[in-house]
Write a protein that binds this ligand. Structure first.
Ligand SMILES: [Zn+2]
Ligand SMILES: [Zn+2]
Length: 281
């Protein structure tokens, strides 16, 4: 059985509702969006009419597997109190906005320890996440995204994510989003059949496959183990099409939403989506 919820990160320049409609027109059954500019701290309050247009588009298209990607600025284990507080408030606002839009998950790069060490970083992430969850509507959850391990980014190993998860109070509101480029760069070789199975066996034993709530489908410009977060079009990077062929037909993941974050130039997502669908057995 092939992946049922497949799509791409959609631009929201024409509005959040338009992103849903455009995604649907492109053949997406899942999409990811930003609900504000990811490069800025500030955000505008959610306009009720924009929220309504978004909900109408979801109802009309039936496209309701939607993930919000959080701001790139957020670092839940930032070294200074000022930056950490801004990050916690930023993530609280991301979750609150999603509640108003009716979006189930906020995908988050949890943080980089910036020299404080892994242990301190993880403890701070746990504390911050618990605060965010305690202060936000329960219908929205947070997805911890796997990272490439660039710099001092945490979340590059399943073990690190499991440590964070262990400390979470409201566990039913936390899951994992696996990014294929990031895990490959971090040292999980899903490019071979054997490595692919090994990675998922490891994920299952350390985290449990039921924690996998979404995937980012990206090939990798960086080599295996390079710890570089650079996305390539599907089948054109160091991972190659085999891994994506396997993912498209892996019955374990048929209900897991999968979205592309590959380069968007020259209709990149349209081409990559067509490629993925051509892999259906
Ligand atoms: Zn990603
Ligand atoms: Zn990335």
């Amino acid at each position: 059985m092939a992946a049922k919820f497949l799509g791409a990160h959609m631009p929201t320049g024409k509005g959040l509702g338009q992103a849903v409609t455009a995604g649907h027109d492109m053949g997406c059954t899942a999409i990811q969006v930003f609900t504000k500019s990811p490069q800025l701290w500030k955000s505008k309050p959610v306009d009720p009419s924009v929220a309504q247009t978004f909900k109408d588009a979801v109802a009309k298209t039936g496209l309701n597997e939607i993930i919000c990607h959080d701001s790139y600025l957020i670092n839940l284990c930032a070294a200074t109190d000022e930056l950490r507080e801004k990050s916690i408030n930023g993530l609280i606002e991301e979750v609150q906005r999603c509640a108003l839009y009716g979006i189930r998950w906020v995908n988050s790069h949890m943080g980089a320890h910036v020299g404080q060490g892994e242990e301190v970083g993880i403890a701070k992430i746990i504390e911050a996440t618990n605060q965010v969850l305690a202060e936000t509507p329960t219908e929205v959850g947070i997805l911890m995204e796997t990272t490439a391990g660039q710099g001092s980014s945490l979340g590059a190993t399943f073990e690190q994510l499991a440590k964070v998860y262990e400390g979470i109070d409201q566990k039913e509101r936390v899951g994992v989003c696996l990014d294929t480029c990031h895990v490959f760069a971090a040292g999980y070789d899903l490019s071979t059949e054997e490595g692919y199975e090994e990675m998922w066996a490891r994920f299952d034993s350390v985290l449990g496959l039921n924690l996998l709530k979404a995937m980012h489908l990206n090939d990798s410009i960086g080599a295996f183990g390079s710890r570089k977060d650079r996305h390539a079009p599907i089948g054109e990077g160091a991972i190659g099409e085999g891994a994506f062929r396997r993912l498209m037909n892996d019955a374990r993941f048929e209900n897991v939403p999968m979205v592309l974050e590959t380069p968007m130039e020259d209709e990149g997502h349209v081409k990559d989506l067509a490629k993925l669908k051509s892999y259906f057995a």
